[in-house]
Design a protein around this ligand. Structure first.
Ligand SMILES: Nc1ncnc2c1ncn2[C@@H]1O[C@H](COP(=O)(O)OP(=O)(O)O)[C@@H](O)[C@H]1O
Ligand SMILES: N[C@@H](CC(=O)OP(=O)(O)O)C(=O)O
Length: 368
């Protein structure tokens, strides 16, 4: 199946229904010029997953995880069908392989599931029949074929899993930025694009909350040596960062205003909390300077997770801002999300950017 290109389009690609036809036109150009089949992983329309979460919580503030997984995953499925129908309108052959069809088997941690098995059969059979196979991101099933969700923003992970299943050596990830920058280019003035980044650097950045790539996606890509090519999500789909084994270790300031640092009474208590969050599939970093644990990226019902794990709730310490220099990370703590933004800007203003690429064209100002 190496004559298949693996592409992923994030939620920021789909701002309105006309986005599906725009993308179908772009895919059609690729089909015509390259002659390769396409496996296209898509995310939900921007905001749709959280709207569904809101509706679920309107009915029950503590829904069961299996129910949440089934409900949240439908947003990406709708998106996949909208893209397929846009392609059909142009006369192209396309179909959708949903989570229960695509061959990704996970454990039963319904909301933060881990892939334990990949069956390449369904994808390869379907690609023989259709020019484009559209796969909704973030969906899979457990061994009993119950719907599971790979977690928030996990379509990147689906894309790498699909690349692996199809024997591909590269995966093109499209977003509203063309690559990885020295800091969030929508929030930090002067952020610069990094043309070549190592898997380790990309994984470290996503571990500390850089939203552009999913941490486990980068780890899976490293394990199977799948090069990640980042591209902008509108024609002409400009290529920015390439992530590979050869990429550079660089300097970056990473933060996510939804991340929080929780404090515990002792190092042992912090280690236990970190272990329990990790076992539940939630991204955390144990900040070893103090008995602190950073819960990265938000969208975690902390109260509920702590209650279920019988964990004494941690106390709020602040929002982490990571200064990454190669493999060395210093974590600074800001009082809240707004402070984190200002701290990130100050730190970024002081870093050397010798090997970085161009600055982001139109950085937005603080508070966006
Ligand atoms: N270091 C960084 N480099 C590039 N983008 C970043 C970085 N840190 C955070 N981001 C954010 O990641 C966003 C892209 O990720 P995401 O919102 O998940 O996109 P998509 O919906 O297309 O998957 C960008 O809009 C940008 O604001
Ligand atoms: N349904 C997913 C969509 C997704 O994976 O997001 P992204 O656009 O970052 O790929 C979510 O909101 O988590």
């Amino acid at each position: 199946m190496s004559d298949t290109a693996i592409l992923k389009f994030g939620g920021s690609t789909f701002r309105s229904h006309s986005s599906y036809d725009d993308l179908a036109a772009g895919l059609e150009r690729r089909l015509d010029t390259e002659g390769r089949r396409l496996a296209v992983v898509v995310s939900a329309m921007q905001g749709e997953t959280e709207q569904l979460r809101g509706r679920l919580h309107d009915v029950n503030v503590h829904p069961e995880d299996a129910t949440s997984a089934g409900m949240l995953a439908t947003a990406d499925l709708i998106s996949a069908h909208l893209l397929a129908t846009a392609l059909h309108r142009r006369g192209r052959s396309a179909t959708v392989l949903a989570g229960h069809q695509v061959g990704l088997i996970t454990n039963s941690a319904f909301l933060w599931a881990r892939v334990i098995e990949t069956d390449p059969g369904p994808l390869s059979r379907t690609l023989q029949e259709y020019e484009v196979v559209v796969v909704p991101g973030g969906q899979a099933v457990d061994a009993q074929r119950r719907p599971t969700w790979l977690g928030k923003n996990s379509s990147d992970l689906s894309a790498i899993a699909v690349a692996r299943a199809s024997g591909g050596s590269a995966c093109e990830i499209h977003s509203d930025v063309d690559g990885i920058y020295t800091s969030d280019p929508h929030l930090v003035r002067g952020a610069r694009m990094l043309p070549h980044v190592s898997f380790n650097m990309a994984a470290l950045m996503s571990l500390y909350g850089a939203k552009v790539l999913h941490r486990r996606a980068v780890q899976l890509a490293l394990r199977h040596n799948i090069e990640i090519v980042c591209r902008y999500n509108r024609a002409p789909f400009t290529q920015g960062t390439t992530i590979s084994r050869e990429g550079n270790q660089l300097t970056a300031i990473v933060f996510n205003q939804r991340s929080v640092v929780l404090g515990y009474d002792s190092d042992d208590a912090a280690d236990i909390a970190h272990g329990l969050f990790h076992a539940a599939g939630i991204d955390t970093v144990r900040l070893t300077e103090k008995p602190w644990v950073a819960v990265v990226g938000g969208f975690v019902d902390l109260e509920e997770v702590q209650r279920r794990q019988n964990l004494k709730p941690g106390t709020y310490v602040g929002v982490p801002v990571a200064e990454i220099r190669g493999s060395k990370v210093v974590t600074h703590i800001a009082g809240d999300g707004e402070d984190a933004l200002h701290l990130a800007q100050r730190l970024h203003d002081t870093i050397d950017l010798p090997s970085a690429g161009p600055a982001a064209p139109q950085p937005q100002l603080a508070g966006v």
